[in-house]
Structures are given as structure tokens and as C-alpha cells.
Design a protein around this ligand. Structure first.
Ligand code: XIL
Length: 348
């Protein structure tokens, strides 16, 4: 009896320790990770696997500064299923192992998307039945492979247009809007404990796109579809100004009872940077983090790369860059200090 209770106590303690990776780094080492501890919001980064393998200071910074990681590319369909039914988990497994060693959780990214799909999938003329079977198999294979090792999944990525209509994709065309509910149901069957997210950009403030998500989340939950999270990528640019209704938007999802997260935050600028742009950038990073910290169920804030050395921005947005909190030499910018100070204030 007594031993049973002690054993139960130990099991609970171990389980709690195991589920609180922040405990692996109990010191306040001045990192974002230390500042975020106790706030209820995890701090994450996208990880570039080539950089992780080749760049020791980069690798040390991923381990020191963050308590969640997202694979920037290596869990995408074109990487994990390069041929039909042939899977390659090598790089994704490396990240998941790295995260486990460093007491970090993993955000899986992503299961259904219109981009970065293998050409065998997008270029062949599959029937709707065949496509549905391929999608189902892909989701069961991927979520099943990482079962118990991925904390949250971006199940459906970028499914709406700016005007709130569903994006025209191979999935919508062949399967109709029901593919979204199917994807969530399959992911949930494959790993019932993973937290399942919708994810998009330009959906941080209240607008036609986020209205469409709000309606969709309500509808899916009314139908019992296992949607548990609303992800806002947070790709901002100082030249556009920032949405003024982020807190209002996050609050309405929070009240619906779903988790929220900022999943890919970066704040780009037209190059070259100057003092005003760099200050505006810090405000953009801070604005999103404050909204997250001010609601109950915002669970994580992830930057889409933490150093300009490897940011995707210059390659995708002509003439723009300098979008992350650390420069090419891994030196902090005002944005980094804003993130740390904002977490510190919330943790007091
Ligand atoms: C980007 C990566 O950062 C690039 O390395 C890749 O070439 C293209 O995709 N929204 C998403 C992310 O959901 O997966 C994208 O990542 C950025 C936009």
C-alpha cells in the first residue's frame, strides 16, 4: 500500500518532470527560454537542419534560447514522402531527437498544404478517390511515425484566401471542403494526444480571412471534429504597418475554447535596415507576444528562424530581409530584447 503510493508519487513526479522540459534548464542564463519559463507561453524557433548540422553556434543557440522547435522544411510532404508510399524520416527524426535531448517540444509542420508537395502528387491525374486515399495514407504514416513525439501539428496550412473563400488547391478541387475535417479526424486517430492546429498568414488581426477561420472553427467543433488550435504565422513587414486588432482576434478564438499560437513570426523590412525600421521591428515582435501573453490559451510563440544568417525572407521577398531577432552574426537586435523583457514582465 505504502510502496504503491510512493511509486505512484514517483511516477507522477517523473511524468511532471518529463512534461516540463523547461526544468532541464533551471538557471536564468539570460535566454529567451529562461524568460519565458512560468509564463505559460513557450518560445520556439523554426530550425534549418543544414545549419543545425554545420554551424555549432547556431546549434547552441537553438538549444539555449528555445523550448519548442519546428522543422522549417523537413516534415513537409516533398521531403518525407519523395515517392508514393516511400518515406524518408531521416532529417525529421534528427530534429525530434535533438529536441528530446534538449528538453524541447516539437511543433509538426505540416500535413495538408498546397505548397512543397512532391511532383508525383501534384502532376499526376489522380481520381478524387485516389487522392483521398493518398492523403489519408500520408497523414496516418506521418503522424503515426511521430506519435508521442510531436506535441502539436499544423494539420491544415494556408487553406483560405485573403477574402475568406477557400483556396483553390488539388485537395479542394478533388475532395471539396470536407478534406479539412477528414485531415483532422485522421491526424487525431493517428495520435490522439497531439494538439491539432489550423495555420495561416495574414490571419493575426480581425479581417475576412480570420473571420472565415472563426466560422470554420465553430462549425468543425460543433460537428465534433478534433480541431484544437488556431495558428497565426505572424509574417509581418514594417513597411505595411501592423494589424491593430491582434488582441481582439486572439481573444475571440480564446473564448471559443481553442488554443492559439504564433507559429512563424518574423518582421521583415525593405533593406537596408535603419534605426527606425529596427525599432518598428521590435514593436512588431512585441505586439504579437503581448497578445499571446494576455489570453489564457495561447500556448506558444515561434519565430521563423532566429538569425538573419539563415532566414527565408531575402530569398522570397525581393529587396527585403533583416527579419529575425538576431543579425547574421547572431548578435541581438532590439527585437530580441523586447521579446525577453516582455516575457520577463509577464513572468513577474
Ligand atoms: C518556407 C521556408 O522557410 C523556406 O525555407 C522554404 O523554401 C519555403 O517555405 N509559410 C509556411 C512555411 O507555412 O512552411 C514557409 O516556410 C513560410 C511561409
Amino acid at each position: 500500500m505504502r510502496y504503491g503510493r510512493i511509486a505512484a508519487f514517483l511516477a507522477v513526479s517523473l511524468a511532471v518532470a518529463g512534461s516540463t522540459p523547461a526544468d532541464a534548464h533551471p538557471r536564468d542564463d539570460g535566454s529567451l527560454r529562461a524568460a519565458a519559463r512560468g509564463t505559460g507561453v513557450r518560445i520556439g524557433t523554426a530550425v534549418d537542419m543544414s545549419a543545425l548540422a554545420a554551424d555549432a553556434p547556431y546549434k547552441q543557440a537553438v538549444a539555449r534560447e528555445f523550448d519548442t522547435v519546428t522543422p522549417e522544411n523537413v516534415m513537409k510532404w516533398e521531403v518525407v514522402e519523395p515517392q508514393p508510399g516511400v518515406y524518408d524520416w531521416t532529417a525529421a527524426d534528427q530534429l525530434v531527437d535533438f529536441a528530446r535531448k534538449n528538453g524541447q517540444l516539437v511543433r509538426g509542420h505540416t500535413l495538408v498544404w498546397h505548397s512543397q508537395n512532391p511532383s508525383w502528387l501534384t502532376e499526376a491525374a489522380y481520381t478524387p478517390d485516389q487522392l483521398r486515399t493518398l492523403l489519408r495514407r500520408h497523414i496516418f504514416a506521418e503522424v503515426g511515425h511521430f506519435k508521442g513525439r510531436v506535441w502539436a501539428w499544423d494539420v491544415a496550412n494556408e487553406i483560405f484566401n485573403e477574402d475568406g473563400t477557400l483556396r483553390d488547391t488539388i485537395w479542394l478541387r478533388a475532395l471539396g471542403p470536407g478534406y479539412i475535417a477528414d485531415a483532422f479526424r485522421w491526424a487525431h486517430q493517428a495520435d490522439p494526444k497531439a494538439v491539432l492546429f489550423l495555420n495561416d498568414y495574414n490571419n493575426e488581426g480581425v479581417n475576412a480571412k480570420s473571420d472565415a477561420y472563426f466560422a470554420l472553427v465553430k462549425q468543425l467543433r460543433a460537428e465534433g471534429v478534433p480541431v484544437q488550435g488556431y495558428g497565426m504565422q505572424g509574417h509581418l513587414g514594417v513597411q505595411y504597418g501592423f494589424p491593430g486588432t491582434v488582441l481582439e482576434n486572439v481573444r475571440r478564438f480564446d473564448k471559443l475554447g481553442v488554443k492559439t499560437a504564433f507559429t512563424e513570426v518574423d518582421v521583415r523590412m525593405v533593406l537596408p535596415p535603419d534605426a527606425a525600421k529596427v525599432q518598428a521591428q521590435a514593436e512588431g515582435f512585441g505586439l504579437l507576444l503581448r497578445a499571446c501573453l494576455l489570453v489564457e490559451h495561447c500556448v506558444s510563440y515561434t519565430v521563423w528562424g532566429f538569425t538573419d544568417k539563415y532566414s527565408w525572407v531575402p530569398g522570397f521577398f525581393d529587396g527585403q530581409g533583416s527579419a529575425t531577432p538576431l543579425d547574421e552574426n547572431l548578435q541581438p537586435k532590439p527585437a530580441y530584447d523586447t521579446l525577453r523583457e516582455t516575457f520577463q514582465l509577464a513572468g513577474r
